[in-house]
Design a protein around this ligand. Structure first.
Ligand SMILES: Cc1cc2nc3c(=O)[nH]c(=O)nc-3n(C[C@H](O)[C@H](O)[C@H](O)COP(=O)(O)OP(=O)(O)OC[C@H]3O[C@@H](n4cnc5c(N)ncnc54)[C@H](O)[C@@H]3O)c2cc1C
Ligand code: SF4
Length: 482
């Protein structure tokens, strides 16, 4: 086990965030890794406790929330190996459950750390940063390539639709198992929300592309700019492939259907974030023009996507940013009905909110408020919105009306689900726990199946789908039906 007294000897050291004044000048990554030696000491803080809640996702709150790692990463085992300096083995252990630690080590909210035994009395140990360390080191050393080698060729042909973390995880595992995998993507680049959604400062797009390049070299075929259901039909795929996995995400955004919604410059958050990432990829993380100079931006939605919109708007030079959230602010401290190892439902400020406040936005995030209608500048562009406070049951509180100026409104209110037309085209009416559907040839994984979620959930679903599909093939191959 890692040093049983490590957590007493060493203080927690996160990968530090760059100084606010520095980081808002560009789109480069926010966090700078600490040295490998220090990271090894951090792994020593894992006390290998008897009942490690960190490594097993446990549902609570009517299955709406999870405590611990949703992917059941065997955290104490690989922390011990890091501590003992057996990094390759540590990576191999981690890669058994998580093929993409370089992604989760950057963007996972790390429910594991909140469920860590040390979090009973402290902040938990640094699991996410340790994971990034292993992911980056293993890519550098070529261990990822070793682990990802294609297995004995089976001749089974599988189409994966969608190249987000779910599609990539399925493709990675199926390729390891020797199947012939083709990933179709409607966008011009691969990675799903890892590429176009999550901003570059949270996840450098070079890290995503590096994995796509590696998978290509290991035998996976990637086809871009191909929308299934439009450029290629179910019948065409059905004729060519033995199995099909739909990993198309849950990208249908929630709209705010109030008067004036049709005005120009009222945009969905992911479209805005995608456009910005395309610019970053085109001109480089230091050279993105300040396209929002002099503009007042209002972000509607108080979640993580809203936070990404604030950080992006600040970097694009917005004159002001305001965030509106319809629900009340979370409490400052854990309530008695939200004990460890549950995720602590307490108010926290995201990186974007910190940056928005740093550049002088007062009263940046406003709670229990909504827009009742958008106003016109006379030329079809949004000029602002009328606001009202809401009380219990989201009922308007009369007498609290106000006006807020806006040149750009970003709707970051979550997603309503997946593209039902694609499911219909694939004759999918029902999806099951083992990722199968009523159509025996078709599987569904990731956000498309479970609704808007997290990268690590998508990775788990992709991996598990690959295993489920592979098991079904064994039975079929035995009966000589393929
Ligand atoms: C702005 C934003 C920030 C986020 N930040 C985080 C974060 O920090 N940490 C975290 O854990 N999670 C985060 N998430 C959530 C996370 O990104 C998703 O849960 C995850 O990407 C889902 O993976 P997926 O593979 O199921 O779907 P997606 O990543 O959505 O990928 C689906 C892919 O399918 C493609 N596709 C769809 N339809 C078709 C079709 N008909 N033909 C071909 N291709 C198609 C899409 O273009 C897309 O590339 C964030 C989400 C958003 C929107
Ligand atoms: S994937 Fe997320 S929850 Fe799982 S071990 Fe890594 S940081 Fe923790």
């Amino acid at each position: 086990m890692a040093d049983p007294n490590g957590f007493l000897k060493y203080k927690r050291e996160d990968n530090p965030y760059r100084e606010l004044a520095d980081r808002i000048k560009d789109f480069a990554e926010l966090q700078i890794p600490i040295s490998n030696e220090e990271r090894q000491r951090q792994a020593a803080r894992c006390m290998h406790c008897d009942v490690p809640f960190c490594h097993h996702g446990i549902f609570y709150g009517g299955k709406r929330a999870v405590s611990g790692c949703p992917n059941d990463n065997h955290i104490p085992e690989w922390n011990d190996l890091i501590y003992r300096g057996i990094q390759k083995k540590a990576y191999e252990r981690l890669a058994l459950t998580n093929p993409f630690p370089e992604f989760t080590g950057r963007v996972c909210p790390a429910p594991c750390e909140k469920a860590c035994a040390e979090a009973l009395n402290g902040e938990g140990i640094t699991i996410k940063d340790n994971e990034r360390y292993l992911g980056d080191l293993s890519n550098e050393k070529g261990w990822v390539e070793e682990v990802g080698q294609k297995g004995e060729v089976t001749g089974v042909k599988i189409a994966v639709i969608g190249s987000g973390p779910a599609g990539l995880a399925a493709a990675w595992r199926l390729n390891q198992l020797g199947h012939e995998v083709t990933v179709y993507e409607k966008s011009d680049r691969f990675g799903g929300l890892l590429m176009y959604g999550i901003p570059n400062m949270k996840l450098d797009k070079k890290v995503v592309q590096q994995r796509i390049d590696l998978m290509t070299s290991l035998g996976v075929t990637f086809v871009a700019n191909t929308e299934i259901g439009k450029n290629l039909s179910y019948e065409e795929l059905d004729a060519e492939y033995d199995r099909i996995i739909l990993a198309i995400g849950a990208g249908v955004p929630r709209d705010l259907k109030v008067p004036g919604r049709e005005l120009h410059n009222i945009r969905f958050a992911v479209d805005f974030l995608t456009e910005t990432t395309k610019k970053v990829l085109e001109v480089g993380e230091n050279n993105v023009p300040k396209s929002l100079e002099g503009k007042h931006v209002v972000v509607i939605g108080g979640g993580d996507t809203g936070n990404d919109c604030i950080g992006t708007s600040v970097r694009l030079g917005a004159a002001s940013v305001t965030q509106l959230e319809i629900t009340p602010s979370l409490p400052g401290e854990r309530l008695p009905n939200n004990p460890w190892p549950e995720w602590p439902m307490v108010l926290k400020h995201g990186y974007g909110q910190e940056e928005g406040a740093f550049v002088g936005n007062e009263n940046l995030t406003q709670y229990t408020v909504t827009a009742t209608d958008f106003t016109d500048d006379g030329q079809g562009n949004v000029a602002g919105m009328n606001l009202i406070q809401v009380g219990p049951g989201f009922k308007n509180v009369e007498g609290t009306e106000a006006f807020l100026k806006a040149d750009l409104v970003l709707l970051a209110m979550g997603f309503v689900g997946t593209d039902k037309d694609v499911l219909e085209e694939f004759h999918v009416q029902e999806t099951f726990e083992d990722y199968t559907t009523n159509n025996p040839k078709v599987y569904v994984a990731g956000d498309a199946r479970r609704g808007p979620s997290l990268v690590i959930w998508a990775i788990r679903e992709g991996r598990k789908t690959a295993e489920s599909l592979n098991t079904s093939l064994q039975a079929v191959v035995k009966n000589d039906k393929i």
